[in-house]
Design a protein around this ligand. Sequence first.
Ligand code: HEM
Length: 300
Amino acid sequence: MDLSQHTYEISLEWTGARGTGTQDYRSYGRDHVVRAAGLPDLPGTADPTFHGDKDRWNPEQLLLAALSQCHMLSYLHIAVKRGVVVTGYTDEAAGTLRLNRDGSGEFTEAVLRPRVTLADEAQRELADTLHAEANRVCFIARSVNFPVQHEPVAPEPERSEDPDEYAGTFYAQIGGKETFRRLAAKFYEGVAADPEFRAMYPEEDLGPAAERLQLFLEQYWGGPKTYSETRGHPRLRMRHMPYKVNSAARDKWLAHMRAAVESLELPPLQHEVLWDYLERAAHSLVNTPDQPHSQGLRLL
Ligand code: HEM
């Protein structure tokens, strides 16, 4: 038996014939099933751009998956050889496909972004160098004619489990994350029910906006720094520049925020501290002067 040769077998069945078959480009489905003995069926299709179904796997994704799997397996093997103890591994891989005028196409590059967790951070530098070695031996990377790059991603910052971490901060005093979650949710509930004001918010789903507001306020009041870690420096004035914040918008914002703060039923002193800040912040974010005639009216 020749141990230097291995063969692999899969079977494939096209399930998209729809009775009409390939009469024209739209008459048939791209769906198919990939099978291998003893394994769950793999629902396959084409890329949705090419009449496929977004709920099934397409060959481009599978090629990328094969590269990502292969790199990881090679990496883990090399880690053992080099005495590096890896305790976690994730990858966010991306591939670029170039389409040609004649309908052909090819991958021009794949980039793997492995995030490796180590038992001992002191081995980080050595661990990072092992990707090049993994790339050199990976069966799939060696079998494709485009470069497979790797850009190791730094590990997630350690999340402290210590419940006292924020002790003494205003964030902790008013109930921590849950309070800020309720505050942002209530505020956006009010926004959602106010069509005129709602129109200022560009996204269809207010959920992400609520989360951004929650994380910002948590950070401001001494809680987790997730806002800056995910969004960068707050620069709130700059971030509000795309929106026309005049005194009417400010007052609307404050009205919805007042209802949200009141719903928390905080002790009077804490209520006052929080409200005072929000009111001042809202005034500082006005970036659009009122129409001259309305200012004139106000003077009367
Ligand atoms: C003065 C009236 C205000 C108006 C009309 C207003 C309006 C908006 C709008 C339309 C957005 C975009 C939604 C999104 O994508 O997140 C936004 C984002 C945001 N607003 Fe306001 N806002 C006001 C005041 C405030 C105040 C006082 C704060 C904080 C105390 C605040 C904090 C935020 C934050 C954290 C974001 C998300 C920024 C990001 O990370 O992209 N806003 N605001």
